[in-house]
Design a protein around this ligand. Structure first.
Ligand code: SAM
Length: 290
């Protein structure tokens, strides 16, 4: 991240950049694992940045957090009992996941305590008290270690990580995805943030290929466009041990959604189904051999 004349720049891409003008910088620190900045911007609200990449803005976080949680959990329905979130230290995915009454336990494994602490301090509305829910166990650890050592099994594993640079690089490997598959219960599902297919095409292509090689019964992706993830729609890699889960019909999703009483601002059963309809350039990446 560089800030010239008081602008804060994303530094993810080598040949293009986006700048946001901070009306106020609330915190700027090197935690044990990454460079964390929290600042206010007139158009995006409050912004969390890690290692020069926007992680969330209070204006549009609902899109990503609802879609990462509700697509797998409404597809699972009552089977969604034990959930693992890897990353997600801002608490947004946790907040949305806990709205599902079927959930008995959620483990959130976040490598950086600083992200949790500073999100609670400056962005409390993102987790909205979710970390205090009695169903939640917070583990401060590397997700790659936790998944290998915990010996626990989950119905859904949601990987809400940073991009594959720094501490998250290991979360985009075949070894990690294999360990996730082994940690899923029968019929379970893994969903992993996998970048913007337009700006980072290799990520989703590689991950879906790893999912097939790892032996998931269904490997696919779904999309949702979050404006503060600059460069097009965000992809969620889908690895399921049930090849029909992605095809859960609209009526079933609609009755589950209706019964749940979950309101939200983005997710609907129709949006759920449509999110898996991939434009050709993404479909090609998802189906490409490694
Ligand atoms: N929604 C954002 C996105 O799509 O880019 C991600 C937000 S969340 C803040 C990302 C989190 O992943 C960070 O808090 C970071 O500390 C965490 N993380 C990165 N590598 C990790 C690892 N190996 N194990 C556990 N958490 C990790």
């Amino acid at each position: 991240m560089t800030s010239g004349e008081n602008w804060i720049e994303e530094t993810l891409h080598s040949s293009w950049r986006v700048r946001l003008k901070p009306s106020r910088v609330l915190h700027d620190i090197r935690t044990e694992h990454q460079h964390l900045v929290i600042f206010d911007n007139d158009d995006f609200g409050r912004v969390l940045m890690l290692d020069g990449i926007v992680q969330l803005s209070t204006r549009d976080e609902f899109i990503y957090h609802e879609m990462m949680a509700h697509v797998p959990l409404f597809a699972l329905g009552e089977r969604a009992a034990d959930v693992l979130i890897i990353g997600g230290g801002d608490g947004g995915v946790l907040r949305e996941a806990l709205k599902h009454e079927s959930i008995r336990s959620t483990v959130i494994c976040e490598i950086d305590q600083g992200v949790i602490d500073l999100s609670l301090k400056y962005l409390p509305e993102i987790s909205a008290g979710a970390f205090d829910d009695p169903r939640v166990e917070t583990v401060i650890a590397d997700g790659t270690r936790f998944i290998l050592e915990s010996g626990r099994r989950f119905d859904a594993i949601l990987v809400d990580s940073t991009d594959p640079i720094g501490p998250a690089a290991a979360l985009f490997t075949k070894e990690f995805y294999t360990a996730c598959k082994d940690a899923l219960k029968a019929g379970g599902v893994l969903v992993a943030q996998n970048g913007l297919p337009f700006a980072q095409p290799d990520e989703i292509a590689r991950t879906c290929s790893f999912f097939r090689e790892t032996g998931f019964d269904d490997s696919h992706a779904y999309l949702a466009t979050t404006p503060s993830y600059f460069g097009g729609p965000m992809s969620f890699a889908w690895g399921a041990l049930d090849d029909q889960l992605r095809h859960t019909d609209l009526d079933t999703l609609a009755s589950r959604f209706e019964r749940s009483g979950i309101a939200g601002k983005y997710y609907t059963p129709e949006v759920h189904k449509a999110a898996f309809a991939l434009p050709q350039y993404v479909k090609k990446l998802v189906e490409a051999e490694a």
